[in-house]
Design a protein around this ligand. Structure first.
Ligand SMILES: [Zn+2]
Length: 137
């Protein structure tokens, strides 16, 4: 834990590459140096997020003291990540650029069991305004 209260973050989900959604990312990645992440930090996002992050690192000249993995989600929908008790599912949303909505869904400890059915279920819940949430501006 750092003196300035930055907590380690393991996973970062980016919906789309518009300025109001990504310009804070380089600063957050720099601050994570002080949080001393315990493992790989992963950024999930639409195609192009890797090029954006690498360009920011190169242009701003910052160095990390932790490994960074960038996962570009190129399918229309799927499972972004699976943890012990939940999955993060995603689905392409209608927007002016490639955009993904995410939903966190319990997996009852099955780990890795999220399927297309679960993605669709999460999105149905979102449309009704309950349960999982996914959205963009
Ligand atoms: Zn936007």
């Amino acid at each position: 834990m750092s003196k300035i209260g930055i907590k380690p973050i393991a996973d970062i989900f980016i919906s789309h590459i518009h300025a109001d959604h990504v310009t804070g990312l380089p600063g957050m990645l720099m601050l994570l140096n002080q949080a001393e992440p315990e493992g790989t930090v992963r950024i999930y996002g639409p195609r192009g997020i890797g090029a954006y992050v690498r360009a920011q690192e190169r242009t701003l000249g910052f160095e990390r003291n932790y490994p960074l993995d960038i996962v570009e989600l190129t399918e229309a929908e799927g499972v972004a990540m699976t943890a012990e008790t939940f999955d993060v599912v995603y689905k392409r949303l209608r927007h002016r650029t490639r955009c993904l909505g995410y939903a966190v869904c319990e997996n009852q400890g099955r780990g890795g069991s999220a399927s297309r059915k679960r993605v669709n279920s999460a999105c149905r819940k979102d449309r009704r305004g309950g349960g999982c949430s996914a959205g963009s501006r």
